[in-house]
Design a protein around this ligand. Sequence first.
Ligand SMILES: [Zn+2]
Length: 335
Amino acid sequence: MSFLTGAELDKVYGKAKGSGYGFIASNVAEPNILIGLMRAAEEKNSDLVLQISNSASKFAGNGDPITGLRAISQYIKELASNYEFGVFLNMDHLKESNMELIKATVDEDLASSIMIDASKESFEDNVRITRKVVDYAKGSDLLIEGELGKIKGVEDEETASAEAFYTDPDEAVEYVKKTGVDLLAVSVGTQHGVSKGRDIELNVDLVEEIDSTLTQAGLEIPLVLHGSSGLVEEQLVQVLDYGVCKLNKDTRYQYEYARAALDYYLEHKDSILPPEGVNDDREGFFSDTDWSPNKSDFDPRAVSRVIREAIKETAGDLFEQAGSVGKSLYSSKVN
Ligand SMILES: [Zn+2]
């Protein structure tokens, strides 16, 4: 069984932080992306950080996030048991309004870590809400990630912040001290949603300043970058040197998924759609013509295989960039 909890994840991040590499935290909402990611981690001999949001849990649970999370968490655990690398699940962007989901995650050990996002609130309220989750998770084996500063863009189907507010290093020290979080998400110029590397004014010096200010205060914890889908490799490599161990990616996989599916269907259009002049007789399954759709092309597993492969390739390249390749702490393979 290689689905692991907070204590092991803490070791994985600790090693990464000390060695200047990090992990792509990859969002999942359905099985094809999940399986593509698993295959990438296996091929690259990397530990795997998955994450799921409240709305993705809700989607999986047909409207009920707790049902969805239970199902996905169990599905991940079953798949992970066939692999040697460590598989971790983070709850992405949970809010104070998701307290029931947070409690179920802790009570039923459904994940390895929880991100509580109260960054929209005032500093005092952010501390209070984050502290509430840290306190609830006490005694459990889950890490808690907090966020300070506001990250611009569309996160998980809603516009989180129209403007960016950069994280203040001294405030970060106070925040970590008062909340006891294990990881800190910072706002340093990345954007949620679709963004282009050349448009991102990534403030690498600020990342370094936050990290060194925390370290000097004896609070050396892994930093997290959200909205990293648009970062170009050079930007990504820079932040890894300054204590960033977790880089969230969601949008990139969504696009690769859509492209793989679209390319596939365009390529197989003629074996799925009847040709011009042929009656679109789906009810009679085209029995009055010679033309038939090709089952091996329209079987949903056919497009799914292509999607899984696309996600595997994309994730493998991203794991290379993050530097987690060949570094699984749980593999018996010689690294
Ligand atoms: Zn985020």
